[in-house]
Design a protein around this ligand. Structure first.
Ligand code: NFS
Ligand code: SF4
Length: 632
């Protein structure tokens, strides 16, 4: 049997072997070359915030340096570093949300960007008390965009979308004074407070981090999701396929990679352009095959069923197939390694965002004002590159899995309506889901999200955890690279219900869903927040009372730190499969994994073994059920 080193995914293993044979390196090679990571950094004990340092604090109490040159303690240094990670993640998601708001602001009837979901726009306008009667839909859209843009910099007041949370939750935030104001302000405050000689109280720094994180989940990310739905459509269930086997030997293969749908939506349109299809024929290809990578993939698969090429750890492998004419990227989670790697094959590595230029890549700036024309130019580059493909280097693994995707909150309600007796029940609510949880047919729900990280065998953390949980009648909602792991492993096909426990299997049959529901990209974790918030309001309890848990089994990014923090701050216990760099401070560890429960009603758990994590999650869910008096 073939030895499996890096991944539980055979396609990944095969291509990693191809890379070795061809002498090109991947993240796993570089991970090996990195040797043992720096112990100070690993524990969060290294401070580079000013030029008197860098300072590093000895992890052993009473031995070696116990304070930085300014006198900062281990607690302060660890908390400051963590708060800065949150600010980084919050900035990234929020800048994405802001970009989408700008796109909505430029939307017009005869332009490239149009309003696709008027209903969602009108609902949001009503929520924000924007006049809608006798107004052109585009005028309304522009005002909604302006209000959204103001959320980033308004001088006074709390973020508007926080209003959507249950009353009990808002009180928790209020009591702890962690209700965020303008999104940019929260980032700035964290950067300010963590400057040399400013905040030197670990607990307070954690509160600042929590407050900032809420401006991500209930702010920038939620704006990103809402406005993307208005522009490009609310996702509905549809079929797709996942893994690098979706590449086609006889077609021009294009990969979109990154995050913001404003680029990828236009690429989706461009590849259907008759002139470009004709050009593809002229260069000897049978067609143009578009597939996605990372969260951009999640955006376009949710809305168009575009095939999923793979997740974070597979981005290099796409190029290593030798069959990809272009990898088109915008922002975030893009390995700089793709630039030198693309030069070993014929692949064009095309950057498009002024925010993410990469040395060695071809930069074709994507101009939103002439979005479709820009997209067509980029696709043309890919087509013209087909002739450079070296057939001897091409190897496309034949494996791919069918998957159902597109489960927005709206789509989930729609599916649930199938079991509703419309004579007595209201349709379009989460009540059937709440009923299943109350009766115990479903024990609870888990949100499994996040990245890949070579510290964990690729996809193993995600898949083991999901399998364990569905077996125990816990329904799963997922986003990001975790969702792609599930799609590849077949957990999003309807047949996957056979892996579920009796209760969940029955629910899947009746409602016609897979046991693992794809809810989108990482900014779409805001959908999960709203799902849990609505469930809580239906059952008239706080979010922290529900038998609901979260997990990021293979997380790696600052974005994931911000997400984990806002999920916990929203009252949902969260399991991490990778230890965060905080172990150098017993105070911070105690705050995150213990005291947080008294503060916000939920806490972090760290458990690298997904099976153990699953057991802990099941126990926790049962505890919550008992506390709510739900059936055993
Ligand atoms: Ni989320 Fe998406 Fe993937 Fe992690 Fe990166 S793509 S925004 S950060 S690696 S899940
Ligand atoms: Fe050292 Fe303090 Fe400067 Fe950090 S802020 S590098 S601990 S002197």
């Amino acid at each position: 049997m073939e030895e499996k080193n890096y991944s539980i995914d055979p396609v990944t293993e095969e291509l990693a072997r191809k890379a070795e044979k061809e002498g090109v390196e991947t993240l796993w090679d570089r991970k090996k070359a990195m040797k043992t990571p720096c112990g100070f950094g690993e524990q969060g004990l290294c401070c580079r915030i000013c030029a008197m340092g860098p300072c590093r604090i000895s992890p052993t109490e009473g031995k070696g340096a116990q304070r930085g040159i300014c006198g900062a303690t281990a607690d302060v240094i660890v908390a400051r570093n963590l708060a800065r990670m949150i600010a980084g993640g919050l900035a990234t998601h929020s800048d994405h949300g802001r970009d989408i708001a700008h796109v909505l602001h430029m939307a017009s009837r005869d332009g490239n960007y149009k309003i696709t979901d008027e209903k969602k726009l009108l609902n949001l306008a009503a929520e924000w008390k924007i006049q809608t009667e006798n107004r052109d839909i585009y005028d309304i859209a522009h005002e909604v965009a302006e209000v959204a843009l103001n959320e980033f910099g308004k001088p006074f007041g709390a973020l508007k979308l926080l209003e959507r949370a249950p009353e009990q939750r808002k009180q928790v935030w209020e009591k702890n004074q962690i209700i965020p104001g303008a999104i940019d302000k929260e980032i700035v405050t964290i950067m300010h407070s963590t400057h040399i000689g400013c905040c030197a109280n670990a607990e307070d720094l954690i509160y600042k981090g929590m407050k900032g994180s809420l401006a991500d989940g209930w702010g920038g990310s939620m704006i990103g999701t809402e406005l993307s739905d208005i522009l490009f459509g609310v996702p509905v269930p549809r079929e797709t396929e996942a893994n690098l086997g979706v590449l086609e030997e006889d077609q021009v293969n294009i990969i979109v990679h990154g995050h913001e749908p404003s680029l990828s939506e236009m690429i989706v349109l461009a590849v259907e352009d008759p002139e470009l299809l004709q050009l593809a024929k002229e260069v000897g290809a049978k067609g143009i095959n578009l597939a996605g990578m990372c969260c951009t993939s999640n955006e376009v698969t949710m809305r168009h069923g575009i095939k999923i090429a793979g997740n974070f750890a597979q981005q290099e492998l796409a190029i290593i197939t030798g069959a990809v004419e272009a990898v088109i990227v915008d922002v975030q989670c893009i390995f700089p390694a793709l630039a030198p790697l693309a030069k070993c094959y014929h692949t064009k590595f095309i950057t498009t965002s002024p925010k993410a230029k990469i040395t060695g890549a071809t930069h074709i700036e994507f101009e939103e004002e002439k979005a479709l024309a820009s997209a067509k130019q980029i696709v043309k580059e890919a087509i013209l590159n087909f002739k450079n493909r070296n057939k001897e280097k091409v190897f496309i693994p034949q494996a791919k899995s069918p998957a159902m995707v597109g489960y927005s909150v709206e789509a989930i309600k729609n599916q649930l309506d199938r079991v509703v007796n419309s004579n007595i029940d209201e349709i379009g609510t989460l009540k059937p889901l709440a009923d299943c949880i109350v009766s115990g047919v479903l024990r609870g729900a888990a949100g499994i999200v996040g990245c890949n990280n070579p510290k964990i065998k690729h996809d193993y953390g995600h898949i083991e955890l999901m399998k364990e949980l569905i077996k125990n009648d816990i329904i799963i909602v997922t986003t990001g690279c975790a969702a792609q792991a599930a799609a590849k492993a077949g957990l999003m096909s309807k047949e996957a219900r056979k892996f579920a426990g009796k209760g969940l299997e029955r629910v899947c049959e009746l409602v016609d869903i897979p046991p693992v529901l794809h809810m989108g990209s990482c900014v779409d974790i805001s959908r999960i927040l709203l799902l849990v918030s609505e469930l809580a309001q239906l059952l008239q309890v706080d979010m922290s009372a529900l038998p609901v848990v979260g997990a990021a089994p293979e997380w790696m990014s600052e974005k994931a730190v911000s997400i984990g923090t806002y999920v916990v701050t929203s009252g949902i216990d969260t399991w991490l499969g990778v230890v965060p760099p905080v172990t150098g401070s017993a105070t911070v560890v105690d705050l995150l994994t213990n005291k947080a429960e008294d503060i916000v009603g939920a806490k972090f758990y760290v458990e690298p073994d997904p099976r153990k994590a699953a057991q802990q999650m099941i126990e926790r869910i049962e505890e919550k059920r008992e506390a709510l008096g739900l059936s055993l």
